[in-house]
Design a protein around this ligand. Structure first.
Ligand code: VGL
Ligand code: ZN
Length: 211
């Protein structure tokens, strides 16, 4: 049984948003299409309080992009994004949401960031995603969404650690790209740690065979 995990397809990560990922709007039709090939669809949602300590403006002595140590963990400082109950935090209206069984929110504790949809960056708390999938006999996941070099990467790596066969579809994710080639680097790391990387065409061929 296969689940599609749609990571952070939120207005703030789309063109015009507070932390816009280049070309991120192009992945939405691909993700809508992919939903047809899986048994179950879930989503994650970055869901920060205004005083979240990953926001640069909550550290007057620092600026966006600075790397600091936050309660013992290394933390990149971001612009204010995905604040709870704002338009920027909403899932894109272009995303087909009727099949999404549950949305897992993360980044709600102001003291710790949460890139993965499974655990916060310090593995202090689980979001319940792993248990949710296992209870429904999911053994394979397909991780798509934003951003390849952060939340998609850490969600995929945690999925592998949790024992799920994990696939990435290249056309269904885009990188923030703090540095050039962050997309390729993230994809290579997922593959090197046991993930399967497919383009859309081979994914569709693979999954048609299974059905
Ligand atoms: C993300 C940076 C900060 C992401 C979330 O969804 O990849 N990146 N918060
Ligand atoms: Zn965030």
């Amino acid at each position: 049984m296969t689940a599609l995990i749609i990571v952070d397809l939120q207005n703030d990560f789309l063109p015009g948003g507070a932390l816009a990922v280049p070309e991120s709007d192009q992945i939405i039709p691909v993700i809508n299409e992919l939903q047809k090939y899986v048994d179950l669809v879930v989503a994650t949602q970055d869901w920060h309080p205004t005083d979240h300590e990953s926001f640069a403006n909550n550290h007057p002595e620092h600026k966006e992009g600075d790397l600091i140590t936050l309660h013992g963990l290394s933390q990149i400082l971001w612009p204010v994004h995905c604040v709870q109950d704002t338009f920027g935090a909403q899932l894109s209206s272009k995303l087909k949401t009727s099949c999404i069984l549950k949305v897992f929110q993360k980044g709600t504790d102001k003291e710790i960031d949460s890139y993965s949809g499974f655990y916060d960056n310090g593995y202090r708390k689980s979001t319940g995603l792993s248990e949710f999938l296992k209870e429904r006999n999911i053994d394979q996941v397909v991780v798509v969404g934003l951003a390849t070099d952060f939340c998609v990467k850490y969600t995929a790596l945690d999925a592998l650690k949790e024992g799920f066969k994990t696939t990435i579809v290249k056309e269904a994710t885009r990188a923030v790209n703090l540095n050039v080639q962050d997309y390729e680097k993230a994809i290579a790391e997922i593959e090197q740690k046991g993930g399967i990387v497919l383009n859309l065409k081979s994914f569709v061929q693979e999954y048609k065979k299974l059905k």
